[in-house]
Design a protein around this ligand. Structure first.
Ligand SMILES: C[S@@+](CC[C@H](N)C(=O)[O-])C[C@H]1O[C@@H](n2cnc3c(N)ncnc32)[C@H](O)[C@@H]1O
Length: 272
């Protein structure tokens, strides 16, 4: 099928819509990415081209299609125990909190839940060893409805759990058989420890936290510099003084107005 024409005006329109609604920021180098990700959707809907699709995105009664476009334009790549040093640090720090009444963790761009469930495995193990008490909770949020639906199912291709130890695989996972060969289902006792919800980091939110630990890893890449700072400061309001804050190590230190200090690459502590 011939490639759909995609003018600079149409590219700008879609970029503006995504920026206003969800803070996604696209410079000119991303034009071909938007083109390739949305073209097949436009063709599947039987539309003439990008102009028709833009009309749908601008129609407020088409919220479902808008969400679908956001899902297509965001990358949900994630896996269990990504950046193992962050989990080593987390284990040490949680050990210091010990039997504190309640420990709360937020995975703020949770994608398919790998980060939240990795944390749940780690905390369940710590609880079993008596290093933390039983009263802990994990909140996992994302803007992508599709990713959240899949996270709640907690079924993963086995490869995504490649960094999970054999003991944890035995303790928390069920291996699929027959048609489900190659897939892993997390056990209910682990799934019950994570609450999922939809949240747009670019809009104000109230009433969350305060958390002892926040993961905000590998999401800031979508935002322009002022939005990055705004999102980091907003998220840090939900972190307790002295709490631990994780970014992706490749993201470096993001400028923010909240005082934080570096613990290890990608891990920061909010000032007490
Ligand atoms: C690459 S994944 C990161 C997953 C996980 N944190 C990790 O590091 O493995 C980025 C996630 O950010 C989400 N995202 C993008 N823009 C967002 C926004 N404005 N608010 C909340 N989540 C957003 C995407 O849907 C995607 O699931």
């Amino acid at each position: 099928m011939a490639a759909l024409p995609f003018s600079d005006r149409e590219f700008k329109k879609i970029s503006d819509l995504m920026y206003e609604a969800v803070g996604l920021s696209y410079n000119d180098s991303k034009k071909s990415l938007i083109h390739s990700r949305l073209s097949s959707r436009i063709q599947k809907l039987g539309l003439e081209g990008f102009a028709d699709y833009i009309a749908i995105l601008e129609d407020e009664s088409e919220a479902v299609e808008f969400q679908l476009a956001v899902d297509l334009l965001t990358t949900n790549e994630t896996y269990f125990f990504r950046e193992p040093k962050h989990y080593d640090l987390l284990q040490n720090e949680l050990g210091k909190l010990g039997n504190r009444a309640h420990i709360s963790v937020w995975s703020a761009a949770a994608s398919f839940g790998d980060e939240a469930f990795s944390t749940a495995m780690l905390m369940s193990d710590m609880q079993m060893m008596g290093r933390i008490g039983p009263d802990w909770s994990i909140l996992a949020t994302d803007i992508s409805h599709r990713a959240l639906l899949s996270a709640k199912e907690a079924v993963y291709p086995a490869d995504r759990l490649r960094a999970v130890s054999p003991e944890r695989l035995r303790r928390y996972c069920l291996r699929g058989e027959g048609e489900a060969e190659g897939q892993v289902q997390l056990q209910d006792k682990l799934r019950a420890r994570v609450q999922f919800g939809q949240l747009n980091l670019c809009k104000p939110f109230d009433g969350l936290g305060p958390f002892d630990v926040i993961f905000l890893r590998n999401v800031l890449i979508y935002f322009d510099p002022p939005t990055k700072t705004e999102v980091v400061d907003r998220v840090l309001t939900a972190l307790k003084p002295g709490g631990l804050f994780f970014l992706g190590t490749a993201e470096g230190r993001v400028p923010c107005n909240t005082p934080i200090s570096t613990v290890i690459p990608g891990a920061f502590r909010k000032a007490s």
